[in-house]
Design a protein around this ligand. Structure first.
Ligand SMILES: [Fe+2]
Ligand SMILES: [Fe+2]
Length: 193
């Protein structure tokens, strides 16, 4: 089974920033889950005749919304006021690397989604160890398994549509781009700061 190795490890500086501002991380995380659902949905709109894609990404979108609901419950349990929050530049910078023409666009969209899931898996796992609240730690450890499955779904979709060498080559490039984006810590505490 092909898998995906991130090109960099999350720094201790991010762990410190995240654990000191867990309220903002939770608020941002709620937005990330909505965006993960929205991204899967937008692929359903873009490729409606692709049966394999529709059958795997529709349940994935539903699962991301269930994650959102669970994050929302933790926000309420902890009494964190819900407020609008600007996004980290991470996803929009990554999306600038999506090529427009097909079929390149499909490959890039699947690989960028896989990379975001992989980074989320890594960082939520760190929150599972370092979050200040025991219920949150338990929640994050549970969540990492789902995000790992999601990265595999996106990677398998890429491999089902494109030859393995081509996937690996493009994946390598996008992984370098992603590591470069995260090489300086964004000053606002976010899941992908
Ligand atoms: Fe999720
Ligand atoms: Fe996910």
């Amino acid at each position: 089974m092909a898998t995906l190795q991130l090109a960099s490890r999350t720094s201790d500086a991010w762990i410190e920033q995240a654990t000191q501002h867990i309220d903002l991380i939770l608020l941002d995380h709620a937005n990330c889950e909505k965006k993960a659902a929205g991204n899967a949905l937008s692929l359903l709109f873009r490729y409606p005749s692709n049966g394999q894609l529709v059958e795997t990404l529709s349940p994935l979108a539903r699962e991301e919304l269930q994650h959102f609901e669970r994050v929302h419950r933790h926000l309420q349990r902890l009494g964190i006021p819900i407020k609008p929050l600007s996004a980290a530049p991470y996803a929009s910078l990554l999306n600038q690397h999506l090529r427009r023409p097909e079929p390149d666009h499909l490959l890039d969209a699947l690989l960028v989604a896989a990379i975001i899931e992989a980074r989320s898996h890594e960082r939520l796992g760190l929150l599972g160890i370092h979050a200040p609240d025991p219920e949150l730690r338990q929640f994050y450890l549970w969540l990492t398994a789902a995000e790992e499955r999601h990265l595999q779904i996106y990677l398998d979709l890429a491999l089902a549509h494109f030859c393995a060498d081509h996937v690996q080559e493009r994946l390598h490039t996008l992984l370098q781009v992603e590591a470069e984006i995260l090489s300086t810590l964004h000053p606002e505490p976010r899941v992908h700061s």
